[in-house]
Design a protein around this ligand. Structure first.
Ligand code: IMP
Length: 429
């Protein structure tokens, strides 16, 4: 199985970190293909001897890093914040995880600069707030597509870096002054700070597309790790309430420089209910006590920003769309255990709009905001399932819920996560 893509099938935060970590045991390379430090992929490792399990939140480094044999690639489609990267490398190194010789960063990835973060925050103060993570993602992709961006490879040539930085900062300063009437950025301070990154990340920089294609030629296996989720995709999500990249499976080829013919499997990660951070339509949102319970039991607070996530029932209509756009062949269901204590669990099987049942998922915000979800009710299992090790040992009501989901989605369920730990994962035949 040369390339397996792992995509979030909802609005992100599906628990991809745990699934990627679990699957990394059997692959050679894990590669991130888009997004930046807006992602927060949580992995919990068993404690050594009598120690408690340890939690890591990764923002840029692929979630395969905890498996010693795995090489981790940050692809060209990622927008890389060198400050966040150095922080992450330091934290992992302190925890005894070897990074040297295992991390490869694309020379073509674009860099996130302080002015991208400043502009991201300033834009969010206006009336067209998206609820971004404030990590500079949108402004960095703007520069990429304006063809004025600064790439990782530019760090290696001080003259080029200085010239490009100076031009960019001066341009952004004009924007800050004219549009936002705010403080100017210090050109020299930024140039001095960013010139130093070449020493720190030089050893990781390479042509990762070439590396990955060579690995494929040697029959190595690659797991392409998506960040965010399909419904946040800039082309296929609920625009404009989306991120600025392509988390959908198609993004893996452009974001890594590997051919579509190398893709052999696409796995969609689906949380057993729905969540969304930031603004935008969310047809099954629960603004009531049930939503609050889901948030509190599920620990639904952003891994990057700490913001409370909006919570609601599982939405089949949006998932059917996501399965279609991504070509998802199998599903990994996460956080099923969060539903343990509910008397009744609901699934949205479709939408009503203007008195009629809709036949499709509308991605235009106006329509999506007007739909009414059609809900099907399932009986809760009312018992803890986090210690269950085999699918057949799940309570019958939990199996009915999972099988109902598979039937409505007409897609095979391959894995079920019943807790945050590695071993709390059920594999289905
Ligand atoms: P940005 O990616 O920071 O520009 O934010 C755009 C939208 O995507 C906002 O609604 C964010 O809350 C959302 N978003 C970005 N990254 C993530 C993520 O990793 N999980 C969930 N939502 C995200």
């Amino acid at each position: 199985m040369p390339v397996q893509i792992i995509v979030g099938a909802q609005w992100g935060d599906e628990g991809k970190g745990k699934i990627v970590d679990h699957l990394s045991e059997e692959v050679d390379i894990v590669a991130r293909y888009q997004g930046g430090a807006n992602a927060g992929h949580t992995v919990i490792l068993p404690g050594k001897r009598n120690e408690k399990p340890k939690q890591y939140v990764l923002h840029l480094i692929p979630s395969g890093i905890f498996h010693r044999h795995v090489r981790c690639v940050i692809g060209n489609g990622v927008v890389l914040d060198p400050v966040a990267l150095m922080d992450e490398i330091d934290q992992l190194t302190k925890a005894g995880i070897r990074i040297q010789g295992r991390l490869l960063i694309s020379h073509n990835a674009h860099l996130i600069m302080p002015y991208h973060k400043a502009l991201d925050s300033l834009r969010e103060q206006g009336d067209q707030k998206i609820g971004t993570t404030g990590r500079g993602i949108g402004p960095a992709y703007i520069d990429k597509y304006m063809r004025t961006g600064i790439r990782v490879v530019d760090l290696l040539d001080r003259d080029v870096l200085c010239k490009k930085l100076k031009r960019n900062i001066e341009e952004k300063n004009e924007l800050l002054k004219q549009i936002y009437h705010t403080e100017q950025l210090d050109v020299d301070a930024i140039i001095n700070e960013y010139q130093e990154f070449d020493k720190k990340i030089d050893e990781y920089i390479t042509d990762t597309s070439r590396y990955l294609n060579n690995a494929l030629a040697k029959k190595q296996t690659i797991l392409a790790e998506g960040a965010q989720g399909a419904l946040l995709d800039v082309d296929h999500g609920t625009y404009p309430f989306v991120t600025s990249s392509n988390p959908t499976s198609g993004g893996a080829c452009t974001g890594l420089g590997i051919p579509p013919t190398s893709i052999t499997s696409i796995v969609g990660v689906v949380k057993a209910y729905s969540t969304r951070v930031g603004n935008g339509p969310f047809p099954t949102e629960l603004n009531d006590e049930t939503g609050t319970r889901l948030r509190s039991i599920g620990g639904e607070f952003g891994a990057t920003t700490g913001r409370p996530r909006r919570c609601g029932w599982l939405d089949i209509e949006s998932l059917r769309y996501s399965i279609r756009v991504n070509g998802i062949q199998r599903l990994a269901i996460t956080k099923l255990d969060v539903l343990d204590s509910f008397d009744e669990i609901k699934i949205c099987t479709g939408y009503f709009a203007k008195g009629k049942r809709m036949s499709n998922f509308p991605t235009d915000v106006q329509t999506l905001e007007s739909v009414r979800p059609i809900l099907k009710s399932y009986k809760g299992w009312k018992t803890p399932i986090s210690d269950v090790c085999r699918y057949r040992d799940l309570p019958p009501q939990a199996r009915t819920y999972v099988e109902g989901m598979a039937e409505l989605l007409r897609t095979k369920i391959w894995m079920i996560s019943v807790g945050a730990r590695r071993d709390q994962t059920l594999m289905l035949k």
